[in-house]
Design a protein around this ligand. Structure first.
Ligand code: B12
Length: 256
């Protein structure tokens, strides 16, 4: 065989192990779904972006005794985990992720509507997603968990300009501010918010989290406290109610 007769695709297939065992998105997802018979249909519906099936699955699980707020982590997040993994591996693409994200947000709203939140608000928290960033699933979970734990939340939404965050804090006077950023380019807005709040003489704990963010980054600005899991938000709000100051909060939530 002369070099001209070599078929490049054959060489790729021959040496690329991943490609040899390549699966369709549905097959790849199949291997990742949880086994629990109540949880699995919900995770599957998130992956397929089927909003009605997400709500049906959640209702069945609630009827069977599951707690609606716990289902956010135990079922919706599990489905989104499958989506994130296969997107990162290049098995599925942005349009699939968008459909799943919409189904996820619908699911979170449904869980919130089914939970009986505490009647007396314990304190006010302002939540936002960093300027330039549209990733709002994590923020929505933070909001749901804070509300489920009896806190009054002012949800500023996603891609919130620094000015708007600062104005909201001045107007609402919350006990704490949260920020979510999923991109390394957008997380720098937190520093800007921090500086503007300090300029205005406002020193409230500013808990920041989201895929792109880590403790080392958040430690670079005075008001910042890192939050790894959405559940850390109500934990921190509770700690503030118990009288902990910024230093004590950093001790509680920072690991190094
Ligand atoms: C879903 C998704 C989208 C959806 C978002 C839909 C929506 N409504 O949110 C869509 C399709 C719109 C999207 C768009 C884009 N995306 Co996108 N997306 C993702 C994906 C797959 C999952 C993110 C997600 O929702 N995770 C689940 C949630 C629950 O996680 P989370 O937000 O981190 O929250 C958890 C914790 O961090 C914590 N938390 C979050 N916030 C807070 C706050 C506090 C106070 C506390 C205590 C805790 C906490 O709680 C949650 C759970 O406990 C990730 C890949 C990945 N592996 O993460 C890429 C990813 C984030 N996207 C990425 C990119 C680049 C984009 C686009 C630029 C793509 C493009 N080329 O257009 C655009 C961005 C547009 C913009 N300006 O924002 C990159 C970011 C890279 C980077 N590091 O900068 C990622 C990492 C993909 C990748 N590997 O490249 N995306």
């Amino acid at each position: 065989m002369t070099s001209l007769e070599i078929e490049p695709n054959t060489i790729l297939v021959r040496y690329n192990v991943e490609k040899e065992k390549s699966m369709s998105p549905a097959e790849a997802a199949e291997e990742l779904y949880p086994k629990d018979e109540l949880i699995r249909p919900i995770a599957e519906a998130i992956f397929e972006g089927e909003e009605d099936d997400v709500v049906d699955g959640l209702q069945k699980a609630i009827d069977a005794g599951k707690d609606p707020i716990a289902l956010i982590d135990d079922a919706l997040m599990v489905g989104m985990g499958v989506v994130s993994k296969l997107y990162d591996e290049g098995v599925i693409f942005l349009p699939n992720v968008m459909m799943s994200a919409d189904a996820m947000l619908e699911g979170i709203e449904f869980c919130k509507s089914k939970s009986s939140t505490a009647p007396v608000a314990k304190g006010k928290v302002v939540c936002h997603v960093a300027e330039g960033d549209v990733h709002d699933i994590g923020k929505s979970i933070v909001v749901a968990l804070l509300r489920a734990n009896g806190f009054d939340v002012v949800d500023l939404g996603r891609d919130v300009p620094v000015d708007e965050v600062v104005e909201a804090v001045k107007a609402e006077k919350p006990m704490m501010l949260t920020g979510t950023a999923l991109m390394t380019t957008t997380m720098f807005a937190f520093k800007a918010v921090n500086d503007r709040l300090l300029e205005a003489g406002i020193k409230i704990p500013f808990q920041c989290g989201g895929g792109a963010v880590n403790q080392d980054f958040v430690s670079q600005y005075e008001l910042g406290v890192y939050g790894e899991e959405a559940a850390d938000a109500p934990k921190m709000a509770q700690a503030i109610l118990e009288g902990k100051d910024l230093d004590a909060l950093k001790k509680q939530f920072h690991t190094h």
